[in-house]
Design a binder for this molecule. Structure first.
Ligand SMILES: [Zn+2]
Length: 538
Protein backbone atom coordinates (compact mmCIF):
# COMPACT_ATOMS: atom_id res chain seq x y z
CA UNK A 1 0.00 0.00 0.00
CA UNK A 2 1.23 3.44 -0.86
CA UNK A 3 1.36 5.91 1.96
CA UNK A 4 0.64 9.53 1.35
CA UNK A 5 4.32 10.37 1.76
CA UNK A 6 5.36 7.79 -0.85
CA UNK A 7 2.71 9.06 -3.16
CA UNK A 8 3.84 12.66 -2.77
CA UNK A 9 7.48 11.85 -3.45
CA UNK A 10 6.72 9.53 -6.38
CA UNK A 11 4.51 12.02 -8.17
CA UNK A 12 6.46 15.07 -7.17
CA UNK A 13 3.26 16.59 -5.91
CA UNK A 14 3.88 19.34 -3.45
CA UNK A 15 3.54 23.05 -3.15
CA UNK A 16 5.03 23.71 -6.58
CA UNK A 17 2.58 21.51 -8.44
CA UNK A 18 -0.48 22.74 -6.55
CA UNK A 19 -1.08 25.46 -9.06
CA UNK A 20 -1.01 23.02 -11.99
CA UNK A 21 -4.40 22.18 -13.50
CA UNK A 22 -5.62 18.78 -12.32
CA UNK A 23 -5.72 17.29 -15.79
CA UNK A 24 -2.00 17.77 -16.38
CA UNK A 25 -0.95 15.77 -13.33
CA UNK A 26 0.49 12.30 -13.83
CA UNK A 27 -2.22 9.71 -13.31
CA UNK A 28 -2.24 6.43 -11.41
CA UNK A 29 -3.38 8.23 -8.26
CA UNK A 30 -3.52 11.96 -8.86
CA UNK A 31 -5.44 12.72 -5.70
CA UNK A 32 -5.31 11.77 -2.06
CA UNK A 33 -9.09 11.79 -1.92
CA UNK A 34 -12.03 12.20 -4.28
CA UNK A 35 -15.60 12.65 -3.04
CA UNK A 36 -17.85 11.69 -5.93
CA UNK A 37 -21.33 12.77 -6.90
CA UNK A 38 -22.45 14.74 -3.86
CA UNK A 39 -24.63 17.85 -4.13
CA UNK A 40 -22.02 20.52 -3.51
CA UNK A 41 -22.70 23.68 -1.48
CA UNK A 42 -20.37 26.55 -0.77
CA UNK A 43 -18.49 26.27 -4.04
CA UNK A 44 -18.38 28.36 -7.19
CA UNK A 45 -20.90 25.97 -8.79
CA UNK A 46 -24.62 26.62 -8.38
CA UNK A 47 -25.69 25.45 -4.91
CA UNK A 48 -26.60 21.78 -4.92
CA UNK A 49 -24.81 20.90 -8.18
CA UNK A 50 -23.75 17.25 -8.28
CA UNK A 51 -19.99 17.24 -8.67
CA UNK A 52 -16.72 15.49 -7.84
CA UNK A 53 -14.25 17.12 -5.50
CA UNK A 54 -10.57 16.21 -5.55
CA UNK A 55 -8.18 16.76 -2.63
CA UNK A 56 -4.40 16.64 -2.52
CA UNK A 57 -1.88 17.66 0.13
CA UNK A 58 -4.60 19.12 2.35
CA UNK A 59 -6.22 21.30 -0.28
CA UNK A 60 -8.98 21.13 -2.84
CA UNK A 61 -7.31 20.76 -6.24
CA UNK A 62 -10.31 20.03 -8.44
CA UNK A 63 -14.03 20.75 -8.33
CA UNK A 64 -15.79 19.51 -11.45
CA UNK A 65 -18.87 17.65 -12.69
CA UNK A 66 -16.64 14.65 -13.27
CA UNK A 67 -13.02 14.05 -12.28
CA UNK A 68 -11.44 11.32 -14.39
CA UNK A 69 -8.28 10.83 -12.36
CA UNK A 70 -7.80 8.25 -9.64
CA UNK A 71 -7.41 8.81 -5.93
CA UNK A 72 -5.70 6.93 -3.13
CA UNK A 73 -9.08 7.01 -1.41
CA UNK A 74 -12.57 7.63 -2.76
CA UNK A 75 -15.84 8.39 -1.02
CA UNK A 76 -19.22 7.95 -2.67
CA UNK A 77 -21.23 11.08 -2.01
CA UNK A 78 -24.32 10.12 -4.05
CA UNK A 79 -27.51 11.32 -2.39
CA UNK A 80 -25.57 13.39 0.15
CA UNK A 81 -24.75 17.08 0.48
CA UNK A 82 -21.14 18.23 0.59
CA UNK A 83 -20.30 21.49 2.35
CA UNK A 84 -17.17 23.26 3.56
CA UNK A 85 -16.40 22.21 7.14
CA UNK A 86 -18.40 24.32 9.57
CA UNK A 87 -16.66 27.20 11.30
CA UNK A 88 -18.00 27.82 14.80
CA UNK A 89 -17.53 31.56 15.17
CA UNK A 90 -18.30 31.60 18.91
CA UNK A 91 -17.05 28.44 20.58
CA UNK A 92 -16.05 27.46 24.09
CA UNK A 93 -14.16 24.35 22.98
CA UNK A 94 -10.91 25.71 24.48
CA UNK A 95 -11.56 23.83 27.73
CA UNK A 96 -12.74 20.54 26.26
CA UNK A 97 -9.91 20.38 23.75
CA UNK A 98 -7.31 20.24 26.48
CA UNK A 99 -9.20 17.35 28.12
CA UNK A 100 -9.74 15.49 24.86
CA UNK A 101 -8.26 16.84 21.61
CA UNK A 102 -10.53 14.50 19.60
CA UNK A 103 -13.32 17.08 20.13
CA UNK A 104 -15.94 14.41 19.43
CA UNK A 105 -19.09 16.49 19.82
CA UNK A 106 -17.80 19.17 17.45
CA UNK A 107 -16.33 16.92 14.74
CA UNK A 108 -19.49 14.79 14.67
CA UNK A 109 -21.53 17.91 13.86
CA UNK A 110 -19.30 18.71 10.88
CA UNK A 111 -17.41 21.46 12.69
CA UNK A 112 -13.82 21.64 11.46
CA UNK A 113 -12.80 25.04 12.88
CA UNK A 114 -13.58 26.61 16.23
CA UNK A 115 -13.08 30.24 17.13
CA UNK A 116 -12.28 30.41 20.83
CA UNK A 117 -11.22 33.12 23.29
CA UNK A 118 -14.80 34.38 23.49
CA UNK A 119 -16.73 36.55 25.93
CA UNK A 120 -13.60 38.41 26.95
CA UNK A 121 -11.98 35.26 28.30
CA UNK A 122 -9.12 34.02 26.15
CA UNK A 123 -6.64 31.55 27.67
CA UNK A 124 -3.78 33.76 26.56
CA UNK A 125 -2.01 35.96 27.30
CA UNK A 126 -1.50 34.35 30.72
CA UNK A 127 -1.49 36.52 33.83
CA UNK A 128 2.06 35.52 34.78
CA UNK A 129 3.35 36.33 31.31
CA UNK A 130 4.47 32.73 30.71
CA UNK A 131 2.04 31.82 27.97
CA UNK A 132 1.81 33.81 24.78
CA UNK A 133 -0.37 33.41 21.71
CA UNK A 134 2.55 31.78 19.94
CA UNK A 135 2.77 29.17 22.70
CA UNK A 136 -1.00 28.66 22.59
CA UNK A 137 -0.91 28.01 18.86
CA UNK A 138 2.02 25.64 19.23
CA UNK A 139 0.18 23.72 21.95
CA UNK A 140 -2.86 23.26 19.67
CA UNK A 141 -0.71 21.74 16.94
CA UNK A 142 1.22 19.55 19.39
CA UNK A 143 -1.97 17.98 20.82
CA UNK A 144 -2.74 17.37 17.93
CA UNK A 145 -6.20 18.93 17.89
CA UNK A 146 -8.86 17.31 15.71
CA UNK A 147 -10.12 20.81 14.89
CA UNK A 148 -8.56 23.91 13.45
CA UNK A 149 -8.44 26.54 16.17
CA UNK A 150 -8.51 30.31 15.80
CA UNK A 151 -8.66 32.56 18.84
CA UNK A 152 -9.76 36.04 19.75
CA UNK A 153 -7.88 38.08 22.31
CA UNK A 154 -10.18 38.44 25.33
CA UNK A 155 -10.33 42.02 26.56
CA UNK A 156 -11.54 40.79 29.98
CA UNK A 157 -8.38 38.72 30.27
CA UNK A 158 -6.25 41.69 29.20
CA UNK A 159 -7.95 43.79 31.92
CA UNK A 160 -7.46 41.05 34.50
CA UNK A 161 -3.73 41.03 33.79
CA UNK A 162 -3.19 44.78 33.85
CA UNK A 163 -5.90 46.23 36.13
CA UNK A 164 -6.96 43.17 38.15
CA UNK A 165 -10.52 42.30 39.13
CA UNK A 166 -11.50 45.62 40.71
CA UNK A 167 -14.33 47.84 39.54
CA UNK A 168 -12.48 51.02 38.55
CA UNK A 169 -11.43 52.78 35.37
CA UNK A 170 -8.00 51.98 33.97
CA UNK A 171 -5.31 54.61 34.46
CA UNK A 172 -3.55 56.08 31.44
CA UNK A 173 -0.43 53.87 31.83
CA UNK A 174 -2.66 50.81 32.31
CA UNK A 175 -4.55 51.66 29.14
CA UNK A 176 -1.30 51.87 27.18
CA UNK A 177 -0.20 48.54 28.61
CA UNK A 178 -3.49 46.91 27.67
CA UNK A 179 -3.40 48.32 24.16
CA UNK A 180 0.12 46.94 23.72
CA UNK A 181 -1.12 43.48 24.77
CA UNK A 182 -3.92 43.65 22.20
CA UNK A 183 -1.47 44.76 19.51
CA UNK A 184 0.86 41.91 20.39
CA UNK A 185 -1.99 39.35 20.30
CA UNK A 186 -3.09 40.52 16.86
CA UNK A 187 0.48 40.52 15.58
CA UNK A 188 0.73 36.90 16.79
CA UNK A 189 -2.38 35.85 14.86
CA UNK A 190 -5.47 36.48 17.02
CA UNK A 191 -8.57 36.84 14.82
CA UNK A 192 -10.37 39.63 16.67
CA UNK A 193 -11.01 40.98 20.16
CA UNK A 194 -13.82 39.75 22.40
CA UNK A 195 -15.59 41.12 25.44
CA UNK A 196 -17.93 39.68 28.06
CA UNK A 197 -19.43 42.83 29.51
CA UNK A 198 -21.78 40.94 31.84
CA UNK A 199 -18.84 39.26 33.50
CA UNK A 200 -16.25 40.35 36.03
CA UNK A 201 -13.77 41.91 35.34
CA UNK A 202 -14.73 42.70 31.72
CA UNK A 203 -17.86 44.51 32.91
CA UNK A 204 -15.75 47.18 34.60
CA UNK A 205 -14.40 48.52 31.30
CA UNK A 206 -15.78 51.85 30.15
CA UNK A 207 -16.83 52.63 26.61
CA UNK A 208 -13.72 54.77 26.06
CA UNK A 209 -11.44 52.01 27.28
CA UNK A 210 -13.03 49.58 24.84
CA UNK A 211 -12.73 52.01 21.95
CA UNK A 212 -9.02 52.38 22.68
CA UNK A 213 -8.50 48.62 22.92
CA UNK A 214 -10.39 47.98 19.67
CA UNK A 215 -8.44 50.52 17.61
CA UNK A 216 -5.74 47.99 16.63
CA UNK A 217 -8.48 45.95 14.91
CA UNK A 218 -9.13 48.62 12.35
CA UNK A 219 -6.09 48.18 10.10
CA UNK A 220 -6.59 44.41 10.06
CA UNK A 221 -10.34 44.66 9.46
CA UNK A 222 -10.91 42.13 12.23
CA UNK A 223 -14.06 42.28 14.38
CA UNK A 224 -14.82 43.44 17.86
CA UNK A 225 -16.93 40.47 19.08
CA UNK A 226 -19.04 41.29 22.07
CA UNK A 227 -21.15 39.52 24.62
CA UNK A 228 -22.88 42.77 25.35
CA UNK A 229 -23.33 44.52 28.68
CA UNK A 230 -26.94 43.41 28.77
CA UNK A 231 -29.22 41.10 26.78
CA UNK A 232 -32.55 41.81 28.50
CA UNK A 233 -33.99 45.00 29.98
CA UNK A 234 -31.28 47.31 28.61
CA UNK A 235 -30.62 45.32 25.45
CA UNK A 236 -31.14 48.30 23.15
CA UNK A 237 -28.79 50.48 25.16
CA UNK A 238 -26.22 47.68 25.01
CA UNK A 239 -26.55 47.49 21.22
CA UNK A 240 -26.09 51.26 21.04
CA UNK A 241 -22.94 50.94 23.12
CA UNK A 242 -21.56 48.12 20.93
CA UNK A 243 -22.17 50.18 17.81
CA UNK A 244 -20.57 53.24 19.42
CA UNK A 245 -17.47 51.22 20.33
CA UNK A 246 -17.03 49.78 16.83
CA UNK A 247 -17.70 53.16 15.30
CA UNK A 248 -15.25 54.83 17.68
CA UNK A 249 -12.56 52.28 16.85
CA UNK A 250 -13.63 52.14 13.19
CA UNK A 251 -13.55 48.34 13.23
CA UNK A 252 -16.12 45.69 12.22
CA UNK A 253 -18.67 44.61 14.85
CA UNK A 254 -19.79 41.06 15.64
CA UNK A 255 -22.56 40.88 18.24
CA UNK A 256 -22.21 37.52 19.96
CA UNK A 257 -25.22 35.20 20.48
CA UNK A 258 -27.77 37.96 19.86
CA UNK A 259 -30.99 37.44 21.79
CA UNK A 260 -33.95 39.15 23.46
CA UNK A 261 -33.83 37.67 26.95
CA UNK A 262 -36.90 37.56 29.18
CA UNK A 263 -40.51 37.54 27.94
CA UNK A 264 -40.98 41.24 28.62
CA UNK A 265 -38.18 41.98 26.12
CA UNK A 266 -39.30 39.73 23.24
CA UNK A 267 -41.03 42.68 21.56
CA UNK A 268 -37.72 44.52 21.22
CA UNK A 269 -36.60 42.45 18.25
CA UNK A 270 -37.91 44.97 15.71
CA UNK A 271 -35.97 47.75 17.40
CA UNK A 272 -32.89 45.49 17.44
CA UNK A 273 -33.10 44.93 13.69
CA UNK A 274 -33.78 48.63 13.09
CA UNK A 275 -30.60 49.55 14.95
CA UNK A 276 -28.55 47.05 12.96
CA UNK A 277 -29.97 48.37 9.70
CA UNK A 278 -29.34 51.99 10.68
CA UNK A 279 -25.75 51.26 11.73
CA UNK A 280 -25.10 49.49 8.44
CA UNK A 281 -26.62 52.35 6.52
CA UNK A 282 -24.27 54.70 8.35
CA UNK A 283 -21.32 52.64 7.12
CA UNK A 284 -20.64 50.19 9.95
CA UNK A 285 -19.64 46.64 9.03
CA UNK A 286 -22.01 44.85 11.43
CA UNK A 287 -22.96 41.17 11.77
CA UNK A 288 -24.02 38.84 14.57
CA UNK A 289 -24.24 35.18 15.51
CA UNK A 290 -26.75 32.96 17.23
CA UNK A 291 -27.24 29.34 18.35
CA UNK A 292 -30.49 27.42 17.62
CA UNK A 293 -31.84 27.07 21.17
CA UNK A 294 -34.00 29.14 23.53
CA UNK A 295 -31.85 28.48 26.59
CA UNK A 296 -28.49 30.03 27.33
CA UNK A 297 -25.70 28.66 29.51
CA UNK A 298 -23.72 30.64 32.02
CA UNK A 299 -22.61 30.71 35.65
CA UNK A 300 -25.23 30.77 38.42
CA UNK A 301 -23.57 34.02 39.50
CA UNK A 302 -25.11 35.58 36.39
CA UNK A 303 -28.42 35.52 38.28
CA UNK A 304 -26.85 38.09 40.61
CA UNK A 305 -26.02 41.79 40.09
CA UNK A 306 -22.60 42.39 38.60
CA UNK A 307 -21.68 44.96 41.31
CA UNK A 308 -22.01 42.17 43.86
CA UNK A 309 -19.33 40.24 41.96
CA UNK A 310 -16.78 43.05 42.05
CA UNK A 311 -13.49 41.41 43.03
CA UNK A 312 -14.59 37.86 42.20
CA UNK A 313 -16.23 34.97 44.06
CA UNK A 314 -14.74 35.46 47.50
CA UNK A 315 -15.76 39.11 47.96
CA UNK A 316 -19.21 38.10 46.69
CA UNK A 317 -19.63 35.54 49.44
CA UNK A 318 -18.21 38.04 51.95
CA UNK A 319 -20.80 40.68 50.93
CA UNK A 320 -23.57 38.24 51.76
CA UNK A 321 -22.49 38.35 55.41
CA UNK A 322 -23.63 41.98 55.66
CA UNK A 323 -27.43 41.85 56.12
CA UNK A 324 -28.18 45.14 54.32
CA UNK A 325 -26.04 44.24 51.30
CA UNK A 326 -27.40 40.69 51.29
CA UNK A 327 -30.96 42.06 51.20
CA UNK A 328 -30.12 44.27 48.22
CA UNK A 329 -28.50 41.36 46.40
CA UNK A 330 -31.56 39.21 47.06
CA UNK A 331 -33.98 41.81 45.70
CA UNK A 332 -32.00 42.23 42.48
CA UNK A 333 -31.49 38.51 42.07
CA UNK A 334 -35.18 37.69 42.58
CA UNK A 335 -35.94 40.30 39.93
CA UNK A 336 -33.60 38.52 37.51
CA UNK A 337 -35.43 35.27 38.29
CA UNK A 338 -38.78 36.97 37.61
CA UNK A 339 -37.44 38.20 34.26
CA UNK A 340 -36.91 34.64 33.05
CA UNK A 341 -40.22 33.38 34.49
CA UNK A 342 -38.95 32.06 37.81
CA UNK A 343 -36.21 29.85 39.23
CA UNK A 344 -37.72 26.76 37.61
CA UNK A 345 -36.18 27.98 34.36
CA UNK A 346 -32.70 27.56 35.82
CA UNK A 347 -31.23 24.07 35.30
CA UNK A 348 -28.00 23.14 37.07
CA UNK A 349 -25.34 21.82 34.72
CA UNK A 350 -22.23 21.50 36.83
CA UNK A 351 -20.70 22.41 40.20
CA UNK A 352 -17.72 21.68 42.42
CA UNK A 353 -19.04 20.49 45.78
CA UNK A 354 -19.35 16.68 45.76
CA UNK A 355 -22.10 16.90 48.40
CA UNK A 356 -24.35 18.77 45.94
CA UNK A 357 -23.77 16.56 42.92
CA UNK A 358 -27.40 15.38 43.09
CA UNK A 359 -28.32 18.88 41.83
CA UNK A 360 -26.69 18.33 38.43
CA UNK A 361 -29.36 18.08 35.76
CA UNK A 362 -32.14 19.30 38.11
CA UNK A 363 -34.13 22.51 37.99
CA UNK A 364 -33.06 24.83 40.79
CA UNK A 365 -36.47 25.01 42.52
CA UNK A 366 -36.89 21.21 42.37
CA UNK A 367 -33.49 20.62 43.94
CA UNK A 368 -34.27 23.24 46.58
CA UNK A 369 -37.47 21.38 47.48
CA UNK A 370 -35.51 18.17 47.93
CA UNK A 371 -33.38 20.03 50.51
CA UNK A 372 -36.26 21.93 52.10
CA UNK A 373 -34.97 25.24 50.69
CA UNK A 374 -36.70 28.08 48.87
CA UNK A 375 -35.14 28.59 45.40
CA UNK A 376 -33.09 31.67 46.39
CA UNK A 377 -31.75 29.91 49.48
CA UNK A 378 -30.95 26.89 47.31
CA UNK A 379 -28.96 29.10 44.95
CA UNK A 380 -27.09 30.57 47.92
CA UNK A 381 -26.25 27.15 49.31
CA UNK A 382 -24.93 25.94 45.96
CA UNK A 383 -22.77 29.03 45.44
CA UNK A 384 -21.30 28.82 48.95
CA UNK A 385 -20.59 25.10 48.78
CA UNK A 386 -18.95 25.33 45.35
CA UNK A 387 -17.15 28.64 45.98
CA UNK A 388 -19.41 30.25 43.31
CA UNK A 389 -18.33 27.75 40.63
CA UNK A 390 -21.79 26.60 39.59
CA UNK A 391 -22.84 26.48 35.95
CA UNK A 392 -26.40 26.61 34.69
CA UNK A 393 -28.64 26.40 31.65
CA UNK A 394 -31.36 29.07 31.67
CA UNK A 395 -34.56 28.94 29.62
CA UNK A 396 -35.46 32.54 28.85
CA UNK A 397 -35.81 33.16 25.11
CA UNK A 398 -38.47 33.24 22.41
CA UNK A 399 -38.72 30.53 19.74
CA UNK A 400 -40.35 32.97 17.27
CA UNK A 401 -37.53 35.45 17.71
CA UNK A 402 -34.96 32.66 17.35
CA UNK A 403 -36.30 31.93 13.87
CA UNK A 404 -36.21 35.61 12.97
CA UNK A 405 -32.60 35.90 14.13
CA UNK A 406 -31.54 32.80 12.16
CA UNK A 407 -33.23 34.09 9.01
CA UNK A 408 -31.60 37.53 9.23
CA UNK A 409 -29.03 38.02 6.44
CA UNK A 410 -26.44 39.31 8.95
CA UNK A 411 -26.72 36.22 11.18
CA UNK A 412 -24.11 33.47 11.30
CA UNK A 413 -24.51 30.22 13.20
CA UNK A 414 -22.48 29.68 16.36
CA UNK A 415 -22.74 27.03 19.07
CA UNK A 416 -21.53 29.07 22.06
CA UNK A 417 -20.91 25.55 23.37
CA UNK A 418 -18.05 23.36 24.46
CA UNK A 419 -16.57 20.25 22.89
CA UNK A 420 -17.41 17.14 24.85
CA UNK A 421 -17.74 13.38 24.39
CA UNK A 422 -20.18 10.67 25.43
CA UNK A 423 -17.29 8.94 27.21
CA UNK A 424 -13.88 9.78 28.60
CA UNK A 425 -12.46 12.88 30.27
CA UNK A 426 -14.58 15.29 28.21
CA UNK A 427 -17.81 13.96 29.72
CA UNK A 428 -18.66 16.24 32.65
CA UNK A 429 -21.83 17.44 34.36
CA UNK A 430 -24.89 18.14 32.22
CA UNK A 431 -23.77 20.67 29.60
CA UNK A 432 -26.00 22.62 27.21
CA UNK A 433 -26.81 20.31 24.27
CA UNK A 434 -25.64 22.94 21.77
CA UNK A 435 -22.11 21.57 22.10
CA UNK A 436 -23.31 18.42 20.29
CA UNK A 437 -26.40 19.58 18.41
CA UNK A 438 -26.12 23.09 16.97
CA UNK A 439 -25.24 22.44 13.32
CA UNK A 440 -27.43 19.36 12.71
CA UNK A 441 -30.25 21.14 14.54
CA UNK A 442 -30.12 24.08 12.13
CA UNK A 443 -29.96 21.70 9.13
CA UNK A 444 -32.70 19.41 10.39
CA UNK A 445 -35.14 21.53 12.32
CA UNK A 446 -34.71 25.00 10.83
CA UNK A 447 -33.88 24.13 7.21
CA UNK A 448 -35.73 20.86 6.49
CA UNK A 449 -38.66 20.99 8.90
CA UNK A 450 -39.40 24.65 9.57
CA UNK A 451 -37.96 26.01 6.30
CA UNK A 452 -36.72 29.13 8.07
CA UNK A 453 -33.68 29.31 5.77
CA UNK A 454 -32.57 27.33 2.71
CA UNK A 455 -29.84 24.74 2.82
CA UNK A 456 -27.56 27.00 0.77
CA UNK A 457 -28.15 29.89 3.18
CA UNK A 458 -27.47 27.65 6.17
CA UNK A 459 -24.19 26.41 4.71
CA UNK A 460 -23.06 29.99 4.08
CA UNK A 461 -24.00 31.04 7.63
CA UNK A 462 -21.98 28.07 8.94
CA UNK A 463 -18.86 28.32 6.79
CA UNK A 464 -18.46 31.06 4.19
CA UNK A 465 -19.69 33.97 6.29
CA UNK A 466 -17.56 33.25 9.36
CA UNK A 467 -14.49 32.62 7.18
CA UNK A 468 -14.92 35.99 5.50
CA UNK A 469 -15.66 37.68 8.82
CA UNK A 470 -12.44 36.48 10.41
CA UNK A 471 -10.32 36.72 7.28
CA UNK A 472 -9.59 33.01 7.42
CA UNK A 473 -8.39 33.23 3.84
CA UNK A 474 -8.69 29.96 2.05
CA UNK A 475 -11.29 28.36 4.28
CA UNK A 476 -15.06 28.18 4.34
CA UNK A 477 -15.42 27.31 0.67
CA UNK A 478 -15.02 24.38 -1.67
CA UNK A 479 -12.71 25.91 -4.25
CA UNK A 480 -9.42 24.99 -5.87
CA UNK A 481 -6.63 26.08 -3.55
CA UNK A 482 -8.78 26.25 -0.41
CA UNK A 483 -8.00 24.11 2.64
CA UNK A 484 -9.83 20.78 2.32
CA UNK A 485 -12.14 20.98 5.34
CA UNK A 486 -15.42 19.33 4.42
CA UNK A 487 -18.55 17.69 5.75
CA UNK A 488 -20.78 15.19 4.01
CA UNK A 489 -24.35 14.93 5.33
CA UNK A 490 -27.76 13.63 4.40
CA UNK A 491 -30.16 16.60 4.12
CA UNK A 492 -33.13 14.23 4.51
CA UNK A 493 -32.06 12.72 7.83
CA UNK A 494 -29.53 15.04 9.47
CA UNK A 495 -30.72 15.79 13.01
CA UNK A 496 -29.51 16.62 16.49
CA UNK A 497 -30.05 14.05 19.26
CA UNK A 498 -28.59 15.89 22.24
CA UNK A 499 -31.24 17.17 24.67
CA UNK A 500 -31.21 19.22 27.86
CA UNK A 501 -31.96 16.02 29.78
CA UNK A 502 -29.30 13.98 27.96
CA UNK A 503 -26.81 16.10 26.05
CA UNK A 504 -24.36 13.23 25.59
CA UNK A 505 -25.76 12.06 22.25
CA UNK A 506 -24.16 12.58 18.88
CA UNK A 507 -26.18 13.73 15.89
CA UNK A 508 -27.30 11.49 13.00
CA UNK A 509 -27.04 11.96 9.25
CA UNK A 510 -23.44 13.22 9.17
CA UNK A 511 -21.29 10.29 7.98
CA UNK A 512 -18.05 11.96 6.92
CA UNK A 513 -15.88 14.88 8.03
CA UNK A 514 -12.47 15.81 6.62
CA UNK A 515 -10.01 18.22 8.24
CA UNK A 516 -7.16 19.62 6.14
CA UNK A 517 -7.55 16.81 3.64
CA UNK A 518 -7.48 13.97 6.14
CA UNK A 519 -10.57 11.99 7.12
CA UNK A 520 -11.60 12.51 10.76
CA UNK A 521 -15.01 10.82 10.60
CA UNK A 522 -15.87 8.06 8.11
CA UNK A 523 -19.25 6.34 7.92
CA UNK A 524 -19.89 7.64 11.42
CA UNK A 525 -16.64 6.25 12.87
CA UNK A 526 -13.72 8.35 14.09
CA UNK A 527 -10.50 7.56 12.23
CA UNK A 528 -6.92 8.82 12.19
CA UNK A 529 -5.42 11.27 14.61
CA UNK A 530 -5.93 14.99 14.88
CA UNK A 531 -5.09 17.00 11.79
CA UNK A 532 -6.28 20.43 12.94
CA UNK A 533 -4.13 23.51 12.59
CA UNK A 534 -3.70 26.62 14.65
CA UNK A 535 -5.07 29.39 12.47
CA UNK A 536 -2.95 32.52 12.79
CA UNK A 537 -4.92 35.22 11.14
CA UNK A 538 -3.54 38.71 11.08
ZN1 LIG B 1 -21.29 34.86 25.81
Amino acid sequence: MTTRRDFLSSTGAGLASLAAPALLLPSAASYDLIVRGAAVYGSTLAAGTEADVGVRAGRFVAVARRITGKATDEIDGKGLALAPGFIDIHSHADGGLTLDPAAESAIRQGVTTVVVGQDGGSRVPAADGTTSFLKFFRRIEAMPSALNVATMVGLGQVRRIVVGVDNRPATRPELLKMTALVEKALASGACGASTGLEYSPGAFATRDELIALCRPLRARRLPYATHMRNEDDTLLEAIDESIAIARGARCPLQISHLKTAGARNYGKIDAVFARIAAAEKAGLDITFDRYPYVAWATGLTNMFPVWALDGGGEPFLKRLEDPATAARIKTESEDKAALIGGWHNVQLSNLEAPGDSDAIGKRLDDWGKSRGLAPYEAAMALLKNSKTNVSTVVFGMSEDNLERFLAHPKCMICSDGGAFAVAGPARNGRPHPRGAGTYPRVLGRYVRERKVITLAQAVDKMSGMPARRLRLGRRGKIAVGAAADLVLFDPDTVADKATFEDPFQYPVGIPTVVVNGRIALRDGERVGKGNGKALRVS
